[in-house]
Design a protein around this ligand. Structure first.
Ligand code: ATP
Length: 353
């Protein structure tokens, strides 16, 4: 085998009108998805939208009700799991407790009858890649959760799979380890050029690592695009709500203008007199003001959370709406105190529907 141990150019993956029913429950509802060779695609969506079912169907762990699955242009819809040539990492640490780390990583090579010396060399190289070169002799119970997931990743990659499937691999880890491992998975994926499908319900995670994000809703894809496209130009209310915490506000158009959160705004695309303009605002489009001296809409602080360099505060406006404001971490509003929320003028017009 003259190729370097892990190098492999990516393959394409395609879901074509895939439907999966569990009795009367339709988990996938005509799912169409085209993934380019070497691409990192995140399947993002709320609980129950069908992400895991999509991934398990691609893996061959579920038999689809109708539709086709193609890997590298080949129809694998009826190909059994062990012949699809995929690597998988799940949410729960799935290491064999009675095998040490390197034996865990070698496992797939053993079942493929790879000779012992090559097996060890490839497993060791993968362990080095995930930063656990010195942990070969340990057992799962001697590893942290993050380390166990690294071993699971090495085990999934050592067989040089055509596609890497990750089902919420980080959700059992604490925040710091989660971010570290997330970035490392991305680095390794880029190194290997392996096509990767990553299931997550965490929009921040998806925005941070994916080439493209497919937002799923009720068994199909609502919108697919780069993180920037989804964030800046959501095509549905569902996507807008799901990516980057936003609130939809409405205001009556009067003489080509609307009044919103303490501002009079000229509409770039004028709407008819009396029309209801819809404006989507995000936490970073808003400012928190003092109740006494501000000009924004009055309300009361519900919660406030410290996020390092900045802070997010939820305000219940007197008009009945709750809204999240992002502001400097130096402002520390007290819960239940009276404040005002104002729109940052320059951010607005682009968001008018
Ligand atoms: P989560 O983030 O909660 O895991 P998900 O987006 O991955 O959600 P799926 O697990 O794919 O969603 O489930 C999609 C739908 O199919 C859900 O309504 C679920 O209850 C249903 N479902 C999944 N597996 C089965 C099963 N084995 N039998 C019956 N219904 C199922």
């Amino acid at each position: 085998d003259p190729t370097p141990t892990t190098q492999r150019s990516g393959v394409s993956v395609r879901f074509r009108a895939v439907t999966k029913e569990y009795g009367a429950q339709r988990a996938l509802n005509g799912l169409d998805l085209d993934i380019q060779p070497g691409e990192f695609v995140a399947l993002l969506g709320p609980s129950g939208c069908g992400k895991t079912t999509a991934l398990r169907s691609l893996a061959g762990l579920e038999t689809v009700t109708s539709g086709e699955l193609l890997i590298d242009g080949e129809d694998v819809t009826r190909v059994p799991v062990n012949r699809r040539d995929l690597g998988m990492v799940f949410q729960s640490y799935s290491l064999f407790p009675n095998l040490n780390v390197i034996e865990n990583v070698e496992f797939g090579l053993r079942t493929r009858k790879v000779p012992a010396a090559e097996r060890t060399a490839r497993a060791q190289e993968m362990l080095d890649r995930v930063g656990l070169g010195d942990f070969a002799e340990r057992f799962a119970h001697q590893l942290s959760g993050g380390q166990q997931q690294r071993v699971a990743l090495a085990r999934a990659l050592v067989t040089r799979p055509r596609v890497l499937l990750l089902d919420e691999p980080l959700s059992a880890l604490d925040a710091k380890v989660r971010t570290q491992l997330r970035d490392e998975i991305r680095r390794i994926q880029l190194d290997l050029g392996i096509t990767t499908v990553f299931v997550t319900h965490d929009q921040e995670e998806a925005l941070a690592v994916a080439d493209r994000i497919a937002v799923m809703n009720a068994g199909k894809i609502d919108q697919i695009g780069t993180p920037e496209e989804l964030y800046r130009r959501p095509e549905t209310g569902f996507v807008a709500n799901f990516i980057g915490q936003s609130t939809l506000l409405t205001a009556l158009v009067h003489e080509g203008r609307i009044a919103l959160l303490g501002r009079e705004i000229d509409l770039t695309d004028p709407l008819p007199e009396g029309a209801l303009a819809r404006v989507r605002v995000r936490p970073e489009n808003l400012a928190l003001e003092s109740f006494e001296h501000g000009e924004g809409e009055p309300g009361a602080v519900v919660t406030t959370s410290f996020l390092g360099s900045l802070r997010r505060t939820t305000v219940h406006l007197d008009s009945g709406l709750s809204i999240v404001v992002q502001h400097s971490a130096e402002d520390t509003p007290e819960v239940e105190s009276r404040v005002r929320v104002r729109l940052l003028q320059d951010m607005v017009t682009a968001h008018v529907d």
